[in-house]
Design a protein around this ligand. Sequence first.
Ligand code: CA
Ligand code: CA
Length: 360
Amino acid sequence: MIRSTTRRKMFGEWRLWGVLGVLCAASCGVQAAPQPARIIFDTDMGNDIDDALALSMLHSFEARGEAKLLAVTITKDNQWAAPYVDLVNTFYGRGNLSIGVVRNGVTREDSPYIRVPSERKRADGTPLHRHDLRDGKAAPDAVDVLRRVLAGEQDNAVTMVQVGFSTNLARLLDSPPDRHSPLNGTELVRRKVRLLSAMAGAFPTGDREYNVHMDLKSAQRLFAQWPTPIVASGFEIGLAILYPASSIEKHFAYVPEHPVAEAYRLYQKMPYNRPTWDLTSVLYAVRPDENYFDLSAPGKISAKDDGHTQFEANANGTHRYLIATPAQRPRILEALVNLASQPPAALPAGLTATAGAVRR
Ligand SMILES: [Ca+2]
Ligand SMILES: [Ca+2]
């Protein structure tokens, strides 16, 4: 009796709150929840370790409802890059995410951090990490993936994050109409992409930077032809904000075989701190309005024949570069560390949490 009276009373209160809610939504200016940033991640996974940490961040952003990862495309032309990306995606619960690879790209050399985790075996001889893309040669062409994914998106909906060479995106711009879209690549990008957040160049010095000079022709085409705004994270940004080795040792210890921590240990002799180049491009892409960074004046970035970058201020320009003041850097680093090391909601089948580890 008491219970049913209480229930009726609660039901009455719920109805009252429901009515108030409807009235308030109509008149109190209640805002809809922000939509997740729709991200395509273009990476030279395997050349430096920041790409792996940047991919972890994107998975954390998706778990938090702040981003939706649409595809990963790869500009490192090595057969282990795509398997490692698939392995990390599977670890974070997104093993079906589309992966596209470059053909006839630059940097073909092998890299232990993308090869060794894929080859790790259990005592019974089965792979430690149960992901299904075991060889990059089996992955589709990056431009085909880019065109398919973009064609399926709403207009002005996609944020592109490019943290390697410009090979794939320059080829996308030059791509003709196909089965995915009647638009050529440049028009498809103009229609669908709201922002390109790119780790590229050096500002304002214009120093030669790896991502630009390793595939200079593609970088030149990208900066000359990209039809929507570009925000570049220059070499100096990540260089001034170092990812701490202590975070790899401590924050990734929730599982003994963390594929990103393992990659970090394989990349260089521990302990070492590493610049956060690619991580900063991801942070800006997903949270552009949270004042982590200042922005340069608008202008035009170009890549010179000697591999240097040049920025010319111009009120009508659509390019800017990130600025991180000394006062801003600790807050940026804290966000990067927390996002890169955030555990997935559940560990993949076959992996067990570290005994006694506290899940944060
Ligand atoms: Ca897969
Ligand atoms: Ca990179």
